[in-house]
Design a protein around this ligand. Structure first.
Ligand code: IFM
Length: 729
């Protein structure tokens, strides 16, 4: 790539780059330049290491609860990226010698991360070092790296050691019962390990080819096997080293080490260039389906691609027993746990553009129904109550306590007990997938069971208030997590009523279209006439806190009476309102963390009220929202676009767009805010394009930002792919 091409529109809208190096932004850049392929995710940390870096190599599904931990973590694997370079005996490092030039660039189109450096050592030799890496989309167990060293000044002695570093696992907790290094002469090096609680076995193995020098095996330390090449370069001469790594676990094969060696064998035969060509071709297919092209707004264009990239690199292609955690595979945040973020934010773009992947994610919930049933039973309910935070087992894994600030008492986390709306969110996503994909086989055999058994849970969970002759729900946490254990969350009550309506319709449909399956399923889930009558009664008598005249929802019982502050004056602020005011005082305050009633209006659209009523709710709730959660801005953008609030819609869209690119929440170090990423697609497609289902068909009601000349995208509807180009009026 020539330097002028850095500034072409093509590169600008497909590239995330950093030049020069910003040491203070290292954590941020590490996260946003994560590469992955739906099997593995690797942060953009440097090959040679950097102080306090967060190195993370994560694969889906390998969780472990370390002895000192209270909940399981997604386990950090040995670091396969490690490469050390010596120039005249001096170790290349970004903090040593002189960095004369630096550019790190992630090409979103091909998921290739490159870094170019001009470096001078203390003896005056100047070298150009170029690193490349990609996680093959075609061969999902393969990570490919190439490093090129060119002598620009002097005739330096070069030494390159390509290693697998199991010695500096940065995630803290001790997850390994066994962690061993090994090698096969100079053909390959490897690390193998077994987790100490969950008994997962993993193998990370690598081969190295260097076009200069002889390879020797020489470990860097106790746990870091390495293959090393030594050679000298004349001025203007260059040398390349290719390192191919294979990662397997006993989730995908009986013997991970044997599988890793076989994978390496195949990958070595293909070679770096062909691996890259195959990888690029595979990405071209995914972008064909998932890209959104914006004419007239390069900043929004790049942000959309960035966000879609992060959803796509985290989405499991070949495994239907794993899901995407709230921080994808890009960092340690939330310990890799899976939340409603997946179903309501990441699934929609996948359902419409990559339905096979969407199905995998829903199958993860289907396979984990037993965990949800256990949770319901333990709490004294029937049916399936999905965990708020989920891992490989499907059991509830939300921690019960947290100590967010030093010198303050620990705080009880109630979400695992009471943020129960997740069961309906999963049902919503299941029905959404069914209606858009028309995948009857999945729906009849798996999806219906998810929707119905969660409905069984709600039928047993609702509380009948005899005095007022209505059904209620106490002790809930709605999307606005600032207010815990509230009674009659308008969001939850409304969504439960919606859920039960869907369940009744589904039972009728199943009976008519698949009578035998219906009979067996209803018998297995103990859905009899009495239960169906109960669901109908709950639908008829569910209490929704809402003024019947104005349509204004009260977010939960007593919300209107809470003390309100004018958030417009609270700028610029860094911390969330609950951190500023304190956890307990926040319960008495009328500011909210994230779209709640606004989320309800997003999900239910016209079913949440007339245009005028929805506008009234927006006017009331928008000023109260602190956007303390990264899930909030995209939902606001979606709803604002539907209400014709153009300025608010674009402002919220760009807020969501920049959450990770600009580190607006100050915590990107922990990983990508995946819901904000998926949510950006929702803001664009549900919001600006106004795409909705219309009976058995679909329709558009575009309201593009005025400066967008056009917006083009593709989506699947009932097995057929459609391409649409919308233009601004
Ligand atoms: O699921 C979200 C929640 O809505 C807000 N807090 C963070 C969680 C994980 O992203």
């Amino acid at each position: 790539m020539t330097s002028t091409s850095y500034f072409s529109p093509e590169v600008r809208t497909w590239t995330v780059s950093e030049a020069p190096f910003h040491p203070g932004k290292q954590y941020h850049t590490e996260t946003i330049t994560t590469i992955g392929n739906g099997y593995m995710g690797l942060r953009g940390s440097f090959e040679e290491g950097y102080p306090n870096e967060i190195v993370s190599t994560l694969i889906h599904g390998v969780y472990n609860q370390a002895p000192e931990e209270i909940v399981p973590d997604l386990v950090n694997l040995p670091n396969p990226l490690a490469i050390q370079i010596m120039v005249d005996g001096e170790q290349f490092h970004m903090q040593k010698g002189s960095v004369l030039g630096f550019r790190r660039a992630l090409d979103l189109k091909t998921a290739l991360l490159t870094r170019g450096i001009l470096w001078r050592n203390s003896k005056g030799s100047i070298v150009q070092i170029t690193f490349e890496r990609f996680a093959s989309l075609e061969h999902e167990h393969v990570l490919a790296q190439r490093v090129t060293v060119r002598a620009l000044w002097g005739d330096p002695e070069i030494e390159i050691a390509a290693a697998i570093d199991a010695d500096r696992l940065s995630a803290g907790a001790n997850h390994w019962q066994v962690l061993e290094k090994g090698h096969d002469g100079t053909a390959s090096i490897h690390c193998t390990g077994t987790t100490n609680q969950s008994n997962y076995q993993i193998a990370v193995a690598a081969t190295v080819q260097c076009d200069h020098g002889e390879l020797v095996y020489e470990p860097l330390d106790n746990l870091t096997p390495a293959l090393r090449a030594k050679f000298s370069l004349k001025q203007d001469q260059g040398a390349s080293l290719v390192k191919l790594t294979a990662i397997h676990s006993n989730r995908d094969t009986a013997d991970p080490l044997v599988a890793a060696k076989n994978t390496l064998n195949t990958a070595s035969k293909i070679g770096y260039d062909e691996l890259y060509n195959g990888h690029q071709a595979e990405w071209a297919k995914y972008w064909y389906d998932s890209d959104i092209e914006i004419d007239g707004d390069e900043i929004a264009q790049r942000a959309l691609r960035f966000c879609l990239y992060h959803v796509l690199i985290a989405a499991p292609r070949h495994d239907d027993r794993v899901s995407i955690g709230a921080k994808t595979l890009s960092g340690p945040g939330y310990k890799g746990h899976v939340f409603w973020d997946t179903e309501l934010f990441m699934l929609p773009p996948l359902t419409l553009t990559q339905p096979k992947i969407a199905k995998n994610l829903l199958m993860y919930r289907y396979h984990n129904l037993q965990g949800a049933r256990n949770k319901a039973q333990e709490a004294g309910y029937e049916g399936a109550m999905f965990p708020w935070e989920s891992t490989d087992t499907g059991e509830e894994t939300t921690p019960r306590w947290t100590s967010p600030y030093p010198d303050t008492p620990r705080i009880r986390i109630w979400t695992g007990d009471n943020e129960q709306h997740i069961s309906t969110d999963i049902a919503y996503a299941t029905l959404q997938y069914w209606h858009w994909s028309g995948d009857e086989d999945f729906f009849v055999n798996c999806g219906a069971e998810i929707v119905l058994d969660t409905a069984v849970f709600w039928g047993s969970r609702v509380e009948y208030n005899r005095t007022l002759d209505r059904y209620e729900l106490s002790q809930q946490i709605g999307p606005d997590e600032y207010h815990e254990n509230v009674d009659n969350s308008a969001f939850t009550n409304s969504m439960v009523r919606w859920h039960l309506r869907q369940a009744l319709q589904l039972v009728d449909w199943l009976k008519q279209t698949h009578p035998q399956k219906a009979e067996a399923l209803l018998a297995r889930l103990k859905i009899d006439a009495a239960r169906l009558e109960l669901w109908q009664r709950v639908i008829d008598k569910m209490y929704i806190p809402r003024d019947p005249q104005t349509g204004l929802y009260e977010q939960f019982d007593g919300f209107f009476k809470l003390h309100k502050v004018d958030l417009t004056h609270w700028t610029p602020k860094v911390h969330n309102m609950d951190a500023i005011m304190g956890h307990e005082p926040t319960q008495e305050m009328g500011f909210i963390k994230q779209a709640d009633i606004v989320m309800l209006m997003a999900l239910l659209g016209e079913d949440a009220g007339t245009l005028e009523q929805r506008q009234r709710n927006w006017d009331y709730y928008y000023p109260l929202c602190d956007h303390g959660s990264s899930l909030s801005p995209s939902t606001h953008a979606w709803v604002a676009a539907r209400l014709g609030l153009d300025d608010e819609a674009y402002y919220m869209f760009m807020y969501a767009a920049n959450i990770d690119l600009e580190d607006l929440k100050g915590n990107v170090r922990d990983g990508i805010h995946a819901a904000a990423s998926g949510g950006l697609w929702e803001a664009a497609v549900w919001g600006f394009a106004g795409l909705t289902l219309d009976g058995d068909n679909y329709k558009f009601d575009p309201n593009l930002p005025k400066h967008w000349k056009s917006m083009k995208f593709r989506f699947w509807h009932k097995g057929k792919q459609h391409t649409v180009t919308l233009t601004a009026e």
